[in-house]
Design a binder for this molecule. Structure first.
Ligand code: ZN
Length: 166
């Protein structure tokens, strides 16, 4: 097991759509173990493979519901409903939080590490983390959900920070 470096805003791998997993082999199982360790060490409640530089459709999460870390391989959102504003952060944009509006409830279908189909659903933190992680796998980031004018200002700030202007 190993704690992997987390890629941060500005790294192009975060903006690439990840490739589906066609075989759950030892490399995938080992990556998932490392991702879980990395998520807890951060600490965070979710981590997508492209956040550790691997452009594959894999994410892990712990919705703090007592069920521990779970894995989603090739996840797809199959249902959402409602609306919910949540103070959301991201390990790839450290120490920043924004009030982000997304559907409150989400249902995801994915594969587990044994290749069995699994379904995760819920609202609250569960609904949020499912949507946040699947968005990562599409090359998305939470700031994409901000209203356009706010997003522009935030992007400017983040670029300035990346350039060491602050
Ligand atoms: Zn994130």
């Amino acid at each position: 097991m190993a704690i992997l470096p987390i890629r941060t805003f500005g790294d192009p791998v975060l903006r690439m759509k990840t490739k589906p997993v066609d075989e759950i082999d030892d490399a995938v199982r080992s990556l998932v173990k490392d991702m879980i360790e990395t998520m807890y060490a951060a600490p965070g409640v979710g981590l997508a493979a492209n956040q550790v530089g691997v452009s594959r459709r894999i994410a892990v999460f712990d919705a703090q519901d007592g069920l521990g870390a779970r894995v989603m391989i090739n996840p797809e959102i199959v249902e959402t409903s409602g609306q919910f504003v949540y103070d959301e952060g991201c390990l790839s944009i450290p120490n920043r939080y924004w009030e982000i509006e997304r559907p409150a409830f989400a249902r995801v279908v994915a594969l587990d590490l044994d290749g069995n189909e699994v379904e995760y659903s819920g609202d609250g933190l569960m609904g949020r983390v499912l949507q946040h992680e699947v968005a990562h796998l599409e090359g998305g980031l939470l700031i994409d959900e901000l209203p356009k004018r706010v997003r522009k200002a935030v992007l400017r700030e983040l670029r300035d920070e990346n350039l060491g202007l602050k």
